[in-house]
Design a protein around this ligand. Structure first.
Ligand SMILES: *Cc1c(COP(=O)(O)O)cnc(C)c1O
Length: 395
């Protein structure tokens, strides 16, 4: 369906379960091979100088990457897709669009790596950032300045799973002639399609649910704006942070099962969140699928389900919570998320250790907060594991 060799995706009204398997991936015309080959290749024969068959050099374009880009574009209901070497490389590419003196409005709880590239890399290039509570549209609005060119946000956020109203936020950005970019890593296009809600750019870490098996690092940018896509293509080639064919192949393999994996992630996470909510040693559960979650209504509107990430606070010290995450046997104590296997971590000494304690507590990240990336194992085994881990640490 997409033989244009440019990662674009044509309108396709088949459902996402069908597109995740087929979009961008027609069987090979010559051999009938069903799966996109791993085109391990740096350069391409030209028929005459400058006359090539769509590819010149694999930094600029590679057929395995093209199929991945077309597949991801289709999943996000985007016209154009570009794949990158990591989620951070995608984010970097969006920042490449800006110029010294520009201002960015973003969330006060964005992914740690995003916070780092904003403050430790691009402030040195005279970009200016305001970090605000994105759940409050008035706070977003009042952070805008004359020179604001970009609104960058995540929803659900990490690790408190706060929900941002994408439609409302995009409207504010557009009133100020700024671009609205959404990091859709936590929700995935199976649960939430920000371009349909007014965003201009979707960014992904393919490392998480889209790859889905904790075996690659990758990123992507999706858009319906041809000029933006051309700029992204320029930076793919000019900066060179593109994924290799093997990584591209593995993500294509991953997206085929995205819908069935996400269904199970959501089902397990909902059951675990409800179980935790009734647990006497648990003070608070953060999961947008719970009615007690302040963003539940917006999430129910803009998402098709509530995702696989659950965070909770124990009635315990930092050390006791550390014991809980060390005690689990099915959940692996590790950073990252989105794979088929369940992971567990404690943000305070791990993923969010760089934030000074006072600031961290003020942002709502308590010492005893635990974040789980709920996998697709049997939910009874997961609950039994959490139960034994909590009991052993707190009794
Ligand atoms: C992991 C992650 C990133 C960074 O992606 P990498 O592939 O690790 O570079 C960006 N945003 C979010 C929300 C993430 O979870």
């Amino acid at each position: 369906m997409t033989d244009e060799h440019d990662g674009s995706s044509e309108p396709d009204d088949r459902r996402i379960e069908t597109r995740s398997i087929h979009a961008g991936q027609d069987p090979d015309e010559e051999t009938g091979a069903l799966m996109t080959p791993i085109h391990a290749n740096s350069t391409y024969e030209q028929d005459a100088p400058g006359e090539h068959r769509g590819y010149e050099y694999s930094r600029t374009g590679n057929p395995t990457r093209t199929d991945l880009e077309a597949n991801l574009a289709s999943l996000e209901n985007a016209e154009y897709g570009r794949a990158f070497a990591s989620g951070m490389a995608s984010i970097n590419t969006v920042l490449n669009l800006l110029e010294a003196g520009d201002h960015v409005v973003t969330g006060n709880d964005v992914y740690g790596g995003t916070h780092r590239i904003f403050t430790q890399v691009y402030e040195d290039y005279d970009l200016e950032f305001s970090f605000v509570d994105m759940t409050d549209l008035e706070a977003i609005e009042s952070a805008f300045q004359e020179n604001t060119e970009l609104l960058w946000l995540e929803t659900p956020t990490n690790p408190l799973l706060s929900i941002v109203d994408i439609e409302g936020a995009a409207e504010i950005a557009h009133e100020h002639d700024a671009l609205c970019a959404i990091d859709n890593t936590f929700a995935t296009p199976y649960l939430q399609r920000p371009l349909d809600l007014g965003a201009d750019i979707v960014s992904h870490s393919l490392t998480k649910y889209l790859g889905g098996h904790s075996d690659i690092v990758g990123g992507a940018l999706l858009t319906n704006d041809e000029e933006l896509d051309e700029e992204f293509g320029f930076y793919q080639n000019a900066v060179g942070a593109t994924p290799g064919p093997f990584e591209s192949f593995l993500v294509l393999r991953g997206t085929k099962t995205l819908p069935v994996r996400m269904d199970r992630h959501c089902e397990n996470a909902q059951a675990i969140a409800e179980w935790l909510e009734d647990h006497p040693d648990v003070d608070r559960v953060y999961y947008p699928g719970l009615e007690s979650h302040p963003g539940h209504e917006i999430a129910a509107e803009q998402m098709d389900d509530f995702g696989g990430m659950v965070s909770f606070e124990l009635d315990a010290t930092m050390e006791e919570a550390g014991e809980v995450v060390s005690n689990t046997e099915v959940f692996t104590l590790a950073e990252s998320l989105g794979g088929v296997e369940s992971l567990i971590e404690q943000p305070a000494p791990m993923t969010h250790a760089a934030i000074p304690r006072e600031e961290r507590i003020e942002a709502g990240l308590e010492d005893s907060l635990i974040r789980a990336s709920v996998g697709i194992e049997h939910v009874d085994d997961l609950i039994a594991d959490l139960e034994q881990a909590i009991d052993a640490a707190l009794e």
